[in-house]
Design a protein around this ligand. Structure first.
Ligand code: BGN
Length: 317
């Protein structure tokens, strides 16, 4: 075969393969995943306030303005301080005083050994929440033992504390993620919601359709129904996929907001070491879910401290 013909065949091959990759349905699905349209967001929210919480305000808070807020916050807020007179109560709880909030949300953050990131996260998040008119409290659950990090078990511990405090809605949130759009309302939808579907680290593209990690919102009742998360994932990865399979087993379909509203900034850090056992644990996910989770949660609470900006629960797993 002549050299020129060979080149032509090679060239056509590359074009065909590129087209197959680009036109593959999953590729498009990731870029244009199904989401709740803006005008339907408020109808989809679970309107429920924490037990024991009452507001003296006379008018209800308005959330139309929040979901139509086009602002993008600057991540440089992490280097600043909170405004004076911010009215955050000890333990990191806040509610607007000039209107009656319709939503109470517990933000649960698993944590170890990232003091500077946590400081930036707290300042940023409290500033962010003040634009949302919700009642919320930030719980930071710190693993104090030296075993590999167990994100899901820490989230279970936080969920138990938040439910005890009467919160009907849980947001499970990584400390290295910052929501960029105040329109991304931190309230629970009727279906569990994957909030961080558009992260700078993944070039603002959803890596795969069943991803259910980073920042998610789930009603306390639903979290109980699926027996929370698995306690068996030590080290990086898999625990969020396990959570997704629990939703699937309970016929709970996830939902998302549109990509532009769901934009997040992820702080860069050394990649965590990926652990091999996660593949095996994940393959038995559905067999274990009724006996591994909230109903088998065992740990030692070392201390709980109410800081000005957060509730700090220290645990030995
Ligand atoms: C996946 C991880 C998730 C992680 C996403 C995004 C696993 C399971 C392998 C059996 N899943 O690959 O935990 O959130 O990447 O980083 O590792």
């Amino acid at each position: 075969m002549r050299q020129a013909n060979k080149k032509k065949i090679l060239y056509c091959g590359i074009v065909v393969i590129t087209l197959i990759i680009l036109l593959h349905p999953d590729m498009n699905a990731r870029r244009t995943y199904e989401y709740i349209e803006k005008e339907n967001i408020l109808n989809n929210l679970l309107e429920e306030i924490a037990e024991n919480f009452s507001s003296t305000a006379l008018i209800d808070c308005d959330y139309e303005d929040v979901i139509h807020d086009e602002t993008t916050l600057s991540i440089s807020l992490v280097d600043g301080d909170l405004i004076e007179g911010h009215k955050i109560r000890e333990g990191g709880e806040y509610a607007p005083s000039d209107c009656k909030p319709k939503y109470s949300t517990a933000i649960i953050v698993p944590y170890r050994d990232r003091a500077e990131q946590l400081r930036g996260f707290l300042v940023y998040m409290h500033t962010f929440f003040h634009r949302q008119h919700i009642h919320y409290r930030i719980f930071v659950i710190e693993q104090v033992d030296s075993r590999p990090f167990n994100r899901a078990k820490l989230l279970n511990i936080g969920a138990v504390a938040a439910m005890k405090a009467g919160y009907p809605c849980l947001v499970l949130h990584d400390v290295d993620l910052l929501p960029l759009k105040p329109a991304n309302l931190y309230a629970c939808t009727e279906r569990p919601r994957h909030m961080s579907s558009s992260i700078n680290k993944f070039r603002f593209v959803l890596p795969y359709l069943n991803l259910f990690g980073g920042a998610i919102a789930i009603g306390s009742r639903q979290y109980k129904e699926i027996n929370g998360m698995s306690n068996d994932y030590y080290g990086w990865g898999g625990e969020d996929d396990d959570l997704y399979s629990r939703l699937e087993a309970h016929n709970l379909k996830l939902c998302r907001f549109e990509p532009d509203t769901s934009r997040y900034h992820m702080f860069t850090h050394r990649p965590e070491r990926k652990t091999e056992p996660r593949h095996k644990v994940l393959s038995f996910s559905k067999d274990r879910m009724s006996s591994d989770g909230l109903n088998s949660l065992k740990y030692t609470e070392v201390a709980t401290v109410l800081h000005p900006l957060f509730t700090h629960i220290m645990v030995d797993l």
